[in-house]
Design a protein around this ligand. Structure first.
Ligand code: FES
Length: 156
């Protein structure tokens, strides 16, 4: 059984023991990496690479959505910008490693995976978007990954 099917099955069965293991968390992250993209999605250019310094972020409005684009040493990443807690702009928060901390109440979110790092509110994840860099242009693919974050709720 493929990993993502097994994880969905375990979620249905309520097998908490497996979900708390480091191996299960690692499997979930690998599944999220390989979640199929929406075939209708398209890349839209948002800025040039030089517009965002390493360790910085900027917010762009794309198709009526506010999306934050982050530049880490590993590359560019994009996540929904409104903080799921009270709507503050995450891109204006504080980047620590690959986590963005909201400037209002300091909740943390994974820049690469969109997962909420708050142990008491793990269901408040933010959507991630595929980013492409070509000819010094940064593009974001929308609509986003079609990820089932209910799996993450069971990890915490
Ligand atoms: S508004 Fe972001 S943590 Fe409260």
């Amino acid at each position: 059984m493929p990993d993502h099917h097994r994880l969905a099955f375990l979620a249905e069965q309520g097998s908490d023991a497996d979900f708390f293991s480091a191996e299960a968390i690692d499997r979930l992250h690998r599944c999220l990496e390989h979640t199929p993209l929406n075939p209708m999605a398209e890349f839209q250019v948002v800025c040039r690479t030089a517009d965002i310094a390493v360790g910085d972020a900027k917010c762009f409005e794309i198709s009526g959505k506010r999306i934050g684009v982050y530049r880490l040493t590993e590359g560019f990443y994009a996540i929904d910008d409104p903080c799921p807690h009270a709507g503050a702009s995450l891109a204006r928060g504080c980047i620590e490693g690959d986590v963005i901390h909201c400037r209002i109440h300091h909740w943390g979110f994974g820049i690469k995976d969109g997962l909420c790092r708050e142990p008491h509110f793990p269901q408040h994840n933010v959507q991630t978007y595929e980013v492409r860099v070509q000819n010094d242009e940064v593009s974001i693919r929308t609509p986003p990954h079609e990820r089932d974050y209910r799996l993450n709720e069971r990890l915490m």
